[in-house]
Design a protein around this ligand. Sequence first.
Ligand code: PGA
Length: 262
Amino acid sequence: MKKIIIANWKMNPETLVDAKKIFNGIKKTASKTKNTQTVVCVPYVFLSELKKLATGKCALGVQDIAGAPGGAHTGLVSAGMVKKYNVTYAVVGHSEARARGQSNEDVHQKILSALTNKIISIVCVGETERDNQGFYWHAIKEQVSVAFANLPRKNLENIIIAYEPVWAVGKGAKREATPAECFEVTVFIKKVLSDLYTPADAHKVTILYGGSVNVKDALGFAEHGGVDGYLVGRESLVVKDFNILQEQLEYYANTEKNKQRN
Ligand code: PGA
């Protein structure tokens, strides 16, 4: 399985000139990788220009899509619309969108819409805080179970889960999560998926880590966090840092591949 690194630009950058510059900087390193997929999730307004730059190794994504195919939904953009701009990935259920009211059921509808349009969903899950009683496990279970409710197993390869502990995301993060904390949750997510499908099916689903991923600690999550890559926010706008993350992940992917061969 290829490793995946996803840039989530959020509401940045301000100009198309900067968007192209950053995209090209990311693409240059992506083009040299063999075992890593790079995806850049951009604001809709840049799609018509960035679609000209996107490649197989540096694919284009968006940060949300509507659950509905069209109609009276002021401010929303459908999966069918973005598909026309070569978009192949879409983040759904990001914690910032959930904080604005996106529900687990909304996330499920968005996944269905993405599947209809042959777009891979990047489903964000994660607890807002960790309590000592372990209630946060229920929140994660609910997010995963509702998102995948009644989805045929043939779709599992087209859905990625990004585990983002909300308390470790963004500038206001309480602290960074540790690879060990991430590992526990990835095992738990696989258990929830195993109960919905089978253990073999659960292992088909790619799980990423996203929570203030940075050049200093990212590799630890790939090595010990049970994940196949990252969803990167702020650091995805700093080309030289994002390039390091891409290179590190490619190095790790190659090392793993060699181990499997021996
Ligand atoms: P961050 O954002 O890397 O800036 O913490 C991650 C995300 O919210 O996707």
